[in-house]
Structures are given as C-alpha cells and as structure tokens.
Ligand binder design. Structure first.
Ligand SMILES: *Cc1c(COP(=O)(O)O)cnc(C)c1O
Length: 395
C-alpha cells in the first residue's frame, strides 16, 4: 500500500507520485475505487473496524475511500500539513472547516473581502450563535482591534476575489496565535503551487479544488488541510455525518490535476504577468490590478509570500458597465463565465454576476466598480490573449 512519505522530494515529484495506493494488480495509474461500501472477512472484523479504523481501512465512502485518500495524502504532502480531508466542493470545505470547530458563543474574525458563499457560511455561523467580526483584511490595526483572547478562529482569502488584495498572513497569524485563535486560510487564488501558507502561520488551509487543482473546469471538489488531530477528530466526524463527501471519481480527476498543476499554474502566472504588463496604460482602461505589477499596493508582500503575482488579473474598463459589457461581448478567445483556474481563459463581470447580491455600498467598499472585469488567465498563448483583449477594448 502507500509508502512512507519522503520529505526530501520536490513538490513536482510529490505531485506525481505521493500517496499512491496500488491494489494487488499493481496498476500504474491511480485506480478509481467507485464503491460506496467495503466487504469484511468476518463479523468480528466489521465490529473491529467500526471501533477503530486504520489509515488504510475503509467503511463507507461518506467516511473515506481509497481514491479519495490518495488525493488527501498528496495534497497534504504538497501543502505541508499532516493530513487533509477531501469534500464535494470548495464550499463544503469552507463549511466543514468552520462549522466543525465552532460552537455558540465562539468568536470569529474574518476579512470582509470574501467570495459571496464564504460570507454566507459566516452569516450562518452567526445565525447559530457564533459572533463574527469583519475587518478590512489589509489593515493590521483592524485585525489587532478585533482579535481578542479566546477568539476561536480567523478566516480570510489570502488574495481576495475579485479585488486581488493580499493579506499579510504572517502578521495576521501572529496576532491570532497570541490570542489562541486558529488561522484558516482560503488559499484558492494563491494556488497550492505558490502557497507558503503553513510556513507563514496558517493552521488550516482550504481549497476549492474545482479551480487550479482540476485545472480543466470539469468537476467540483474541495479539500481541508490541517493537523492530523484537527482533520481526523474535528473535521472528519463533522463531514462524515453531514454528507459533504467527495465522489471517488472526482478525487481521481483531482489526483490527475495535481500531477500537472505545477507546470500549468506557472505557465498561467507567466502569461498573467505578460498580459498585465501589456495592458498597463491602455487608453481603454482606468486600472490594471495584478499583484505581480510593481504598482500594486501589496506588490512586495505578494512577491515575498508567493514569489508570483498569480493567475488572476482585474481590470477596470473606462466607461463603466456599458463599456465593460461591450468589451466582454467582443472577446473572441477568452470566454465569458465565472469559474477560474481553468485551462481556458475566462472573463467575469463581478458586479452583475458573482457579486451581484452585494449592496452598492459593499461593492464600492470592495472596489467592485461597474467597469471592473476579472480575468482568469488560461493556457492559451499569452500573445493571442493580449491581442484578444486589445481588440475587445478598442472595438
Ligand atoms: C470558488 C471558490 C470557493 C468555492 O468553491 P466551489 O468549489 O465552487 O464550491 C471558495 N472560495 C474561493 C476563494 C473561491 O474562488
């Protein structure tokens, strides 16, 4: 079965091999164990397994599955955590990470600039008696004021969607740890390739695997990475009884995604840097927001934390919503959609789609202006994407 993890291997090697479990047939590729149940040799064995199951013993696919366990082991090795739990979607992961550890009366501090569904989960926590304080994620004074002794957890997206604000993880983690709080980082925009979340103080790292881990926009999945104690004694009981289990087939897609993720994400980030640079100063744009550009307010922090500006760009089209829509409608290669991290480049108008439910005040506060477009840079040739964007902006 699985071999002892080798910590000396580079992440790209681990992303290809780590965690593989081979059956008696010695198959080369990871097998899809598309089974919900497992057969016991005897009644005694069934009884023993329900009392305590080992790492390679399974009971029911809602609790765990060999294909899913391969994915969990592989992503945990890449992220540098002891363990991981895979889920049906990124939101099942956010929900599982937070609800499994909170109880009424607990206090959580969160950055305000969050994906809409993450805000919904935090509002749900509040509905069940958890006090949630929101702060401007880039303002350390606000974190310092909001975190208090006994705060249960802090939650943030390391790079915010769609404004691309970068959180100073080390500084926020130091404040949180001094108060005894658990640091939960939604690290989707940073990607596992550029992640140093654990090194910078995150205790729990959450991914929507739907994005860069799949990398082809095919399947929903999520994963929670953390200590063995937290994953197996807090997260697993919550998820196995509430039903956010990943399909073994989706785990297999994600395992294959991990094998090519490093190459893909680095190529996408190189293209994003080239596109952001090429668009800077374009007459049709009032702003180009990309953490890899020196004029980004947290450029130095982004480079120190990730060593890259990432795969996402935001641009503000001059002329507001009508001009932004006209540009979207003229795109020939980049598709109008709302996923990200896909091999296909995607453009999104957050104000009328992903963030449409926010009030005008909240949108203004998060920089979601009528002209703002979010661009997820894919695997096409950068020059084709630059030309597509130029012709779309120039009409
Ligand atoms: C997409 C996304 C999620 C939710 O992931 P799903 O797989 O769609 O459920 C959570 N957080 C961030 C930052 C995301 O971009």
């Amino acid at each position: 079965m699985s071999k002892t993890p080798r910590k000396d291997l580079h992440p790209r090697t681990q992303a290809v091999h780590h965690g593989i479990r081979r059956s008696q047939y010695g198959e080369m590729a990871e097998a899809i164990f598309l089974t919900q149940g497992f057969v016991y040799d005897s009644a005694e064995q069934a009884e023993a397994r329900f009392q305590a199951s080992g790492p390679d013993e399974f009971i029911y696919a809602r609790y765990g599955n060999p294909t899913s366990r391969m994915f969990e082991d592989r992503i945990a090795a890449l992220e540098g955590t002891e363990d991981a739990f895979a889920t049906a979607s990124g939101m099942a992961a956010v929900n599982g990470a937070m609800f499994s550890m909170c109880a009424p009366g607990d206090h959580v501090v969160a950055a305000r600039a969050l994906f809409g569904s993450c805000l919904y989960v935090l509002d749900l926590l509040a509905r069940f008696g958890v006090e949630v304080s929101y702060v401007d994620g880039t303002d350390l004074d606000q974190w310092r004021d909001a975190i208090r002794p006994g705060t249960r957890a802090v939650f943030f997206e390391t790079i915010s969607n769609p404004g691309l604000e970068v959180i100073d993880m080390k500084a926020v983690a130091d404040l949180a740890h001094a108060a005894g709080a658990v640091v939960v980082a939604d690290n989707v925009f940073a990607t596992p390739v550029f992640s140093r979340a654990v090194e910078l103080g995150a205790d729990v790292v959450v991914y929507s695997a739907t994005k860069h881990i799949d990398g082809g926009g095919r399947a929903l999945a999520g994963v929670i990475c953390g200590s063995r104690d937290y994953i197996r004694n807090t997260v697993e009981p919550y998820l196995k009884h509430t039903g956010g289990a990943i399909s073994p087939f989706h785990s297999w897609i994600m395992l294959n995604g991990l094998a090519t993720m490093d190459l893909r994400v680095r190529a996408q980030a190189d293209s994003a840097a080239a596109i952001a640079t090429a668009l800077q100063g374009h007459a049709g744009l009032t702003r180009v927001i990309y953490p890899g550009l020196p004029d980004h307010p947290q450029h130095d922090l982004a480079m120190a934390q990730m060593g890259s500006g990432g795969t996402m760009i935001a641009v503000e089209v001059a002329g507001g919503r009508d001009a932004a829509f006209a540009a979207l409608n003229r795109l020939r290669i980049i598709r109008i959609s709302n996923n990200l991290g896909d091999a296909k480049s995607i453009a999104t108008h957050p104000a009328t789609t992903t963030h449409q439910r926010l009030s005008d005040d909240a949108k203004a506060h998060l920089g979601i202006t009528p002209g703002l477009l979010r661009i997820s840079v894919g695997l096409e040739h950068a020059q084709d994407l630059i030309e597509d964007l130029r012709q779309a902006l120039e009409g």
